[in-house]
Design a binder for this molecule. Structure first.
Ligand SMILES: CC(C)(COP(=O)(O)OP(=O)(O)OC[C@H]1O[C@@H](n2cnc3c(N)ncnc32)[C@H](O)[C@@H]1OP(=O)(O)O)[C@@H](O)C(=O)NCCC(=O)NCCS
Length: 188
């Protein structure tokens, strides 16, 4: 079975819904910033053609049934301020991986945490996911701190796991189990 489609996930200040072509202008503002893409596997977007190529890659991933790309919409002004990717869905093992990006103008306002809490809750409760994973460059201090803040366990380091922008880099592997989440946040 493919990853079940998500229509919308709501949190107090945010709504997360599937990406649409109409989001690309807001997403270019976010991913056109080298400070945002520094630790991401793709180069800084130069224009809408990069945005369209990215959207096409996301469509291919979701058509394979293993991923869904969501955008993070701020309810107050309906602005798209970031993205959350659910990917590498493995039905048999009931696990998936998360990727996330928030535009620089909105950092340190609790948006990534709020978005991920809502997505994780949805994954454990509605999608029967058992384990959520993330891989993070050790130099990405914000992302490593965010995952620890959310209760992810640091499970190890994969050395020179990826090559991006011509450079090989290690990744910290993080995992969060549904049982741990419910222990911390009350039973489901
Ligand atoms: C990582 C990222 C998503 C965090 O988004 P954010 O909305 O600023 O994060 P939040 O405000 O929700 O922060 C939640 C917690 O994460 C940690 N954190 C976030 N940014 C941090 C930073 N720059 N330094 C240290 N800790 C940080 C803190 O524990 C923070 O809680 P606190 O503010 O109460 O101390 C954002 O920096 C980003 O988009 N970076 C570029 C893209 C990227 O690297 N994505 C991850 C790829 S693995």
């Amino acid at each position: 079975m493919p990853l079940p489609a998500i229509e919308v996930i709501e949190s107090p200040h945010l709504a997360l819904r599937p990406v649409q072509a109409g989001d690309l202008a807001d997403l270019l503002e976010i991913n056109g910033d080298p400070a945002v893409t520094q630790f991401l596997p793709y180069t800084t977007w130069q224009g809408l053609s990069d945005a369209a190529a990215w959207l096409e890659r996301m469509h291919v991933l979701s058509a394979a049934g293993t991923a869904q790309q969501l955008v993070v919409v701020r309810k107050q002004d309906r602005k798209v301020i970031g993205t959350v990717l659910l990917f590498r869905f493995e039905e048999t093992s009931a696990r998936l991986e998360l990727g996330y990006v928030i535009g620089r103008a909105h950092w340190r306002q609790g948006y990534a945490r709020e978005a991920l809490v809502a997505v994780i809750q949805h994954a454990f409760q509605k999608l029967s996911i058992r384990r959520v994973e993330a891989e993070v460059n050790p130099n990405n201090l914000a992302s490593n701190a965010l995952l620890r803040n959310l209760g992810f366990a640091h499970e190890g380091i994969l050395r020179q796991r990826w090559v991006a922008k011509g450079v090989a880099y290690d990744v910290n592997v993080y995992g969060l189990l549904a049982s741990e989440w419910w222990q911390r946040h009350g039973s489901c």
